[in-house]
Design a binder for this molecule. Sequence first.
Ligand SMILES: *Cc1c(COP(=O)(O)O)cnc(C)c1O
Length: 356
Amino acid sequence: MPRPLLATIHTAALANNLAVARRYAPNSKIWAVVKANAYGHGLARAFPGLRATDGFGLLDLEEAVKLRELGWAGPILLLEGFFRPTDIDVIDRYSLTTALHSDEQLRMLEMARLSKPVNIQLKMNSGMNRLGYAPEKFRAAWERARACPGIGQITLMTHFSDADSERGVAYQLEAFERGAEGIAGARSLANSAATLWHPSSHFDWVRPGIILYGASPSGVTAAIDGTGLQPAMTLTSELIAVQTIAKGDTVGYGSTFTASAPMRIGVVACGYADGYPRVAPEGTPVIVDGVRTRVVGRVSMDMISVDLTPCPTANVGARVELWGVNLPIDDVARACGTIGYELMCAVAPRVPVRAE
Ligand SMILES: *Cc1c(COP(=O)(O)O)cnc(C)c1O
């Protein structure tokens, strides 16, 4: 018998969330972002729910090849571009589109032997200061790319730093317009947050990731209320033991939790080796037997302990939801000082996954 831990992937939710993204950006094509093994959902498992997209965005060549093997013949975008000349052989062979953000990448493409030109998304650094050409260097890069026989269509791309927060996208839109002024070609700017909240940034292609998985770009669950987004993953387990403890008794490594009264403690088969964050503090929400309760004591490698006070009838075998349909992943993430993105990406390979 495997442990009772299970990640269930909701195919219908993925399809719904893609439709939500389309509703928000009705005049744009969609790069469905499936990097990091579809944000931990599994590329092959996420694919059926997302196949109504216009293209897929990801990072690893192996994931791109896997998508082709799954039967995807449409566009695939390498969001970080490529790293060495041999990568270009794979790009050519599998007809991938690539981000191009540096002179080093441009030089590699200029030197490459190709069977056909490669479509690129020329990336501008419009203020995030991570990847891309500065606005004042953008035109020169575009002209050099245009002159390169190995390069086909050139889409203009940038990425936002604050689309989910107060600063917003205006400062980058302004920089982008300045750097791209007078340059023809499709535009690709918006991540999930900009897809939801900054329609002026939609242009020709949007690149939503996190909203396809039903979590909030800002990490705040209430921020996606009313959008119609649905969680695409539910992580469940069971109580594998129950302890009745007395006032003054402690729970787990380091004895970090002390009972202030007699109480029942449930032990759940899920720990940090499964991807549940070890930093989850006392009070992190968890659902046991349909009732929202809290983590107590330290998260250990294979188990967590939960307070059974609000669910007095819960016993060994009771269903536990770590996050998902009844408990937003962002609520759990927030208690841990992080965002839903990190939790879903961290689900460990040892966790059984089932798509439904
Ligand atoms: C990851 C990524 C996205 C998607 O971001 P979300 O916040 O998950 O929507 C879009 N564009 C690029 C370049 C990315 O790396």
